[in-house]
Design a protein around this ligand. Structure first.
Ligand SMILES: *Cc1c(COP(=O)(O)O)cnc(C)c1O
Length: 245
């Protein structure tokens, strides 16, 4: 980083190249799946990435950033507010949120993708109400039932959807998942299919509103498969920012 707090020019160029390549791969996956590119939105996951590189990403056209920890976001988001393009940037929380950080999370983030319990939804609804906000959220489903991951189980998902959809100060936009990490993409694909089927079930059961359409699924190693299976938000970190080391 130089005195002006900018990423070194070669670093910024490398980042732009990786971003272009990710965007091209998204476009190609859309073509293969016969989907319009406008149906897929990139969330650039900037956890552990220093502020100057996030700034370079914003200057290269990134418009949605994802962070997984409130504490880290509280240090980075205010520092990026002065970036000229940052006014058009929105921030998504994609990691587990502790109840006691809910208020800070609503102050910092525009969108919460990681609602993993009814209790958390209740708390966010009540704070959003106090703040006069309507907060867009996704319900996270732990399809692999891995203890290391958060999210409601597939079995609970519809019941929780129905309750969350009724909260006045939340706008339940859809579902999110982080499937088990599997090298073999053919083994990941069924998880994406299941999330999509869950969305169709919720819509079919008439328990969610018209804004319930999003499927946030797909990361650096599997986003193309996720797009083929209907992802509308892809959360991509290392393919844009490089390895987190
Ligand atoms: C870190 C993270 C990502 C991005 O992962 P990459 O493999 O770096 O693309 C996506 N979603 C969640 C929930 C994450 O924590």
């Amino acid at each position: 980083m130089n005195k002006a707090g900018q990423a070194a020019p070669d670093q910024a160029a490398a980042l732009r190249e990786r971003l272009d390549s990710v965007n091209a791969r998204i476009a190609e996956a859309c073509r293969r799946a016969d989907r319009s590119e406008s149906e897929v939105t990139l969330v650039a996951v900037s956890k552990t990435v220093p502020v100057e590189r996030i700034r370079a990403a914003i200057e290269s056209g990134v418009r949605i950033l994802g962070e997984n920890r409130v504490q880290e976001a509280a240090e980075k988001i205010p520092a990026l507010c002065e970036t000229s393009a940052a006014g058009n940037v929105s921030w998504h929380l994609i990691g587990h949120l502790q109840s006691n950080k809910a208020r800070r999370a609503i102050e910092l983030f525009d969108y919460i993708e990681s609602i993993d319990s009814l209790k958390l939804a209740e708390r966010l609804n009540s704070i959003a109400g106090e703040m006069g906000k309507k907060l867009p959220v996704l319900l996270e489903v732990n399809l692999g039932e891995e203890s290391s991951k958060s999210g409601v189980t597939e079995g609970e998902a519809l019941v929780v959807c129905e309750r969350v959809a009724r909260f006045e100060n939340l706008s339940l936009r859809g579902l999110m998942t982080v499937p088990p990490f599997l090298e073999d993409l053919d083994q990941v694909r069924p998880y994406f299919k299941r999330l999509r089927a869950l969305r169709e079930e919720a819509i079919g059961a008439g328990i969610v509103g018209p804004e319930f359409r999003e499927l946030s699924m797909g990361m650096s190693h599997d986003f193309e498969v996720a797009i083929e299976e209907g992802a509308s938000l892809v959360r991509i970190g290392t393919a844009i920012f490089g390895s987190r080391g």
